[in-house]
Design a protein around this ligand. Structure first.
Ligand SMILES: CCCCCCCCCCC/C=C/C(=O)SCCNC(=O)CCNC(=O)[C@H](O)C(C)(C)COP(=O)(O)OP(=O)(O)OC[C@H]1O[C@@H](n2cnc3c(N)ncnc32)[C@H](O)[C@@H]1OP(=O)(O)O
Ligand SMILES: NC(=O)C1=CN([C@@H]2O[C@H](COP(=O)(O)OP(=O)(O)OC[C@H]3O[C@@H](n4cnc5c(N)ncnc54)[C@H](OP(=O)(O)O)[C@@H]3O)[C@@H](O)[C@H]2O)C=CC1
Length: 264
C-alpha cells in the first residue's frame, strides 16, 4: 500500500509561536524547499532573512509571507567575502538554514574539473564558509544550524558523484563542528530529504526519472516541502534540545535502497 502524502496543513505539528523572537537566516529562500522553510518559520513567529542570487524570487517569497518579519538580500554565496560580510552584519542569529545548493546530473567520467569544482564549491565550501562566518552570531544566541544534504550521501548516487562527495562532506563537517562548538552552545544538524518535487528538481531530472526514483522509495512517495520545513523548524526549536551532530534522513526510506536499484 502506498502511504498517502500529507497535505500542507497536516505537516504542521509544532505549536504556534514555537519560534517566537528567533532570528533565522535561510539560504535559497526564493524557491522550493527554502521558500517553504522561510514561510513556516515566519508562521511560527520567527523573523527570517532570506538570501539567494535572484532578487525577484525572494520578492515573491516576501509577497507570500505578508509580514515585515521577512527581509531579503540578493547574494551569491559562492562570493565568500560578500557572504561573510553579510552574515556578520546580522549580529546574533538563532538559526542558520544552509539550504541553497544543487548540482547537474552527469556520469562521473564526464564531469570536468570545473564542473566538479562548481558543485563542491556550492554544496560544501560555500556552506562551510557561511557557517564559519555565522559562528560568532550563533554563539551569541546559543544558535542552531540545519545543513541541507541529500539522502544517504555515502550510498553512491548515479550521476551525482560530485554532489554526493560534497554532501557527505557536509555531513562530516556537521558532526565535527557539533563536537567543537558545543562549548559555545551551538548545535548543528544535517537534514537529508529524499525526492522533493520542486521546480528545481524538475530542472535537474526528467519527470520520468523522478517518478521512477519515487516508485523505488520504500514508502512509495515523494517528500513534500512542508514536511522538510517542519523538520527544519523542529530542529530550530526546543524539540531538538537532546540532538546534536545528527544526519536526519527525511526521505521515505530512500536511503535504505541500494544504489544498484536506482536508474542510471
Ligand atoms: C538518473 C539518476 C538517478 C540518481 C538518483 C539520485 C536521486 C536524486 C533525486 C533528486 C534530488 C534532487 C536534488 C536537488 O538538488 S534539487 C535542486 C535542483 N537545482 C539544481 O540542482 C540547480 C543547481 N545547479 C546549478 O546552480 C548549477 O548547475 C551549478 C552551480 C551546479 C553549476 O553552475 P555554474 O554556473 O558554476 O556552472 P557553469 O555553467 O559555469 O559550468 C561549470 C562547469 O560545469 C560543467 N557543467 C555544467 N552543467 C553540466 C552538465 N549538465 N553536464 C556536464 N557538465 C556540466 C560546465 O561544462 C563547466 O565545465 P567546463 O568549463 O569544463 O565545461
Ligand atoms: N528537491 C529535492 O528532491 C532535493 C533537494 N535537496 C537539496 O535541498 C536544497 C533545496 O532544493 P530545492 O528547493 O529542491 O531546489 P531549488 O533549485 O529550488 O533551490 C536551490 C536554491 O538555492 C539558491 N542558490 C543556488 N545557488 C546559489 C548561490 N550561489 N548563492 C545563493 N543562492 C543560491 C537558488 O536561488 P537562486 O538561483 O536565486 O540563487 C534556489 O533558491 C538544495 O540544496 C538541494 O540540493 C536535497 C535532496 C532532495
Amino acid at each position: 500500500m502506498i502511504a498517502p502524502r500529507p497535505t500542507a496543513q497536516e505537516c504542521k505539528v509544532l505549536p504556534a509561536a514555537a519560534l517566537r523572537d528567533r532570528l533565522a537566516l535561510v539560504t535559497g529562500a526564493g524557491s522550493g524547499i527554502g521558500r517553504a522553510v522561510a514561510l513556516r518559520l515566519l508562521e511560527l513567529g520567527a523573523s527570517v532573512v532570506g538570501v539567494g542570487r535572484r532578487a525577484q524570487r525572494l520578492a515573491e517569497t516576501a509577497e507570500l509571507a505578508k509580514t515585515s518579519r521577512f527581509r531579503y538580500q540578493a547574494l551569491d554565496l559562492r562570493d565568500r567575502p560578500a557572504a561573510a560580510e553579510f552574515v556578520a552584519g546580522l549580529g546574533g542569529l538563532d538559526l542558520l538554514v544552509n539550504n541553497a545548493g544543487g548540482q547537474f546530473v552527469a556520469p562521473a567520467a564526464e564531469i570536468s574539473r570545473r564542473g566538479f569544482d562548481a558543485v563542491t564549491d556550492l554544496n560544501l565550501t560555500a556552506q562551510a564558509s557561511l557557517l564559519l562566518a555565522a559562528r560568532p552570531g550563533l554563539a551569541a544566541r546559543g544558535g542552531r544550524v540545519v545543513n541541507l544534504s541529500l539522502s544517504a550521501p555515502d550510498r553512491g548516487l548515479p550521476g551525482h558523484a560530485h554532489s554526493a562527495a560534497a554532501r557527505a562532506g557536509i555531513a562530516a563537517l556537521t558532526r565535527s563542528l557539533a563536537r567543537r562548538w558545543r562549548a559555545e552552545d551551538i548545535r548543528l544538524f544535517c537534514l537529508a530529504p529524499g525526492t522533493v518535487l520542486t521546480a528545481g528538481a524538475g530542472e535537474e531530472l526528467p519527470a520520468g526519472d523522478l517518478a521512477r526514483i519515487v516508485a523505488r522509495t520504500p514508502l512509495g512517495r515523494d517528500t513534500t516541502p512542508g514536511e522538510v520545513a517542519e523538520w527544519v523548524a523542529a530542529l530550530g526549536s526546543g524539540a531538538a534540545d537532546a540532538v546534536s551532530g545528527a544526519l536526519i534522513e527525511v526521505d521515505g526510506g530512500a536511503g535504505l535502497v541500494a544504489a544498484a536499484a536506482l536508474p542510471g
